[in-house]
Ligand binder design. Structure first.
Ligand code: SF4
Length: 458
């Protein structure tokens, strides 16, 4: 973690200073989770769909090479140019070059968490390219100079009043206006100009179909379509795990995705792209950026099955009450916490600990990723590799020594009870983060062991 980045616990403490906002954030995400539950309850074959989705993705992970080659060949046959990027830098450089080749200095972009992961906007702006995010939530956070805090609802951390103030500053809407319809109309007019004037559009990819060489982009606003249909050059950026083998598999994922994400039966737009329209260029950039390494980790490879629905974030009690920014990573929440350590163990060593391990994430995951098991396994890997905080390493070693010896254990119990009774300040102080959130119990007069021995004697 660099010195400017707070670790999750410290960033969550900051977020928790505004209690009213935390409550509202928590309730809003829980509302989305309950919408998901109601939508799921209307699909009797939900568990079969989850199982099918999981098995298809298992097949993809085990046949990644062949499916990628098949996808590339079919895409090229369709007239799409395919590019391969080993990491974020290559991905950014390829896209920059394509924009330059088009003679453009501006680009419109629909939602793509991959481009967040690769820090594309920052890179392009530094190279003189004006990028406009066209997803409404993403545009709002872009105007505020913030990253998205949620992979499906990027501005979920903001209130209507905050959005109104942002629009007032950047789009000239009335001061104090918070009416969603008025604000959305202002955004619509602003983005319409953008769509009409950009020669290059970038979209993400939700599903790439090996059998056809085509791909599907899901949005609720139609912004990906507006960008791609009006631009001379359409660039689609995808992590290689977005592959599915055949077109017939799409139905499984499209039914799971929107219900898991927002409780909708399907996303408003599920747009299929197969080839450039006459006169248009279409490019696909297929990105690794650590995915091969994750594929090679047996305990963590199935995190690559993720379809980015965010159900695990909406249900997570830690995410809901700590906010997306506390994860200091492009993808926040439980799934982000098992993806991020693969990219940088040192920087992201805190994230697998940002969980109660309650398992709610795994329960809702539409592709059956064992998220909470992986969080637990990452903790073990990170501690073994020496990325745990020194204080925790020392404390765990001391604890192991005490637990190994019944004599030491009894002595430590006696000391602990004595401290709590006669010098509680040693534990109950602001320097002890554990105590900050809890009240200490009354110390018992004797240990259970002593109590048991004494009762036996009586
Ligand atoms: S891990 Fe599962 S629940 Fe979380 S975003 Fe990915 S698919 Fe959705």
């Amino acid at each position: 973690m660099n010195s400017l980045t707070l670790d999750h616990a410290d960033a969550a403490t900051e977020f928790n200073k505004n209690e009213a906002k935390v409550d509202w954030h928590d309730e809003t995400l829980w509302f989305v989770r309950t919408k998901r539950d109601r939508a799921v309850a209307l699909v009797p074959e939900w568990e079969q769909l989850r199982e099918a989705a999981s098995q298809i993705k298992n097949h993809v992970l085990s046949n990644m090479h062949d499916l990628l080659v098949q996808f590339e060949a079919n895409a090229i046959r369709n007239g799409i140019t395919v590019h391969w990027a080993a990491d974020g830098d290559e991905h950014n450089a390829i896209i920059h070059k394509l924009i330059q080749q088009a003679g453009a200095t501006q680009m419109v972009k629909s939602k793509s968490m991959l481009t967040e992961e690769c820090h594309l906007n920052k890179f392009l702006i530094e190279h003189g390219i004006d990028v406009i995010d066209s997803d409404l939530g993403e545009r709002i956070v872009q105007m505020r100079g913030e990253p998205p805090s949620h992979i499906v609802m990027p501005a979920i951390h903001l209130t209507k009043a905050e959005v109104g103030e942002t629009f007032h500053q950047h789009l000239g809407t009335d001061k104090g206006a918070t009416d969603p319809q008025y604000l959305t109309e202002a955004a619509r007019q602003h983005l319409r100009d953008t769509f009409l004037t950009r020669k290059v559009a970038l979209t993400g990819v939700n599903f790439a179909i090996a059998e056809t060489g085509g791909f599907v982009v899901c949005t609720n606003e139609g912004n990906a379509d507006m960008g791609a249909h009006l631009a001379d050059v359409h660039i689609a950026a995808m992590g290689f795990e977005k592959l599915i083998p055949r077109a017939e598999h799409l139905g499984v994922y499209l039914r799971l995705l929107a219900r898991s994400a927002t409780g909708q039966p399907i996303t408003t737009f599920s747009s299929h792209f197969h080839r450039p329209r006459p006169g248009q260029e279409m490019h696909i950039v297929i990105v690794d950026n650590g995915r091969s390494r994750q594929l090679g980790r047996p305990d963590f490879r199935n995190s690559l099955k993720c379809i980015r629905c965010a159900a695990c974030m909406n249900t997570c009690p830690v995410y809901r009450r700590s906010g997306g920014f506390s994860y200091h990573s492009a993808v926040a929440g439980p799934i982000g916490s098992i993806l991020a350590p693969n990219l940088d163990m040192r920087k992201n060593a805190d994230l697998p600990f940002a969980s109660t391990l309650c398992g709610s994430c795994s329960n809702v995951c539409p592709v059956k990723i064992d998220i909470h098991d992986q969080l637990y396994k990452w903790r073990q890997v990170l501690m073994k590799e020496g990325y745990g905080p020194n204080s925790k390493t020392v404390a765990m070693k001391a604890m192991a020594t005490v637990l190994e010896s019944p004599r030491l254990y009894r002595m430590a119990g006696k000391v602990g009870r004595g401290v709590l009774r006669f010098a509680p300040i040693a534990v109950e102080n602001r320097l002890n983060p554990w105590y900050n959130q809890r009240e200490m119990p009354e110390p018992p007069a004797e240990s259970f062991h002593d109590w048991y021995i004494n009762r036996k004697k009586e």
